[in-house]
Write a new protein. Structure first.
Length: 129
């Protein structure tokens, strides 16, 4: 069962939900004057208690807002994950390119080392002769 609210609490709750009393009246299927009576201070003789169906609607609106906010947060997390995945893909491509450059540099170094060793060997033969 939904908790009872005072008139000021109802007005505050509608404010948190971003609803006017007229909008809440339309959602509840009543005239806006009814919601005005519900929203009055308890000591006002015109004040009416908030009916259970209106409290249920209010609870459902709260839950709907909570779910919308959670969905928005999850969408944001998903977008961040996509950005990170794109960055990871880009890093993978860069790593592959750097690995290829490294392999090429190692081949060049090995070729240069063989050439140098060959030149040193030839020079030693010349000196020995």
């Amino acid at each position: 069962m939904d908790e009872a609210l005072t008139g000021p609490e109802l007005r505050a709750e509608l404010g948190r939900l971003g609803l006017t009393r007229a909008e809440f009246a339309r959602i509840c299927g009543v005239q806006w004057k009814a919601v005005n009576f519900w929203g009055m201070d308890a000591d006002d003789p015109k004040a009416l208690p908030i009916p259970p169906y209106a409290l249920t609607i209010l609870r459902l609106l709260r839950e709907n807002l909570r779910l919308k906010l959670r969905a928005a947060a999850l969408e944001h997390e998903l977008e961040q994950a996509k950005v990170k995945a794109d960055m990871a893909d880009e890093l993978e491509v860069r790593c592959a390119a750097l690995s290829a450059k490294l392999a090429n540099a190692r081949k060049q170094k090995a070729a240069a080392t063989r050439k140098w060793q060959s030149e040193v060997k030839a020079q030693r033969k010349q000196e020995a002769a």
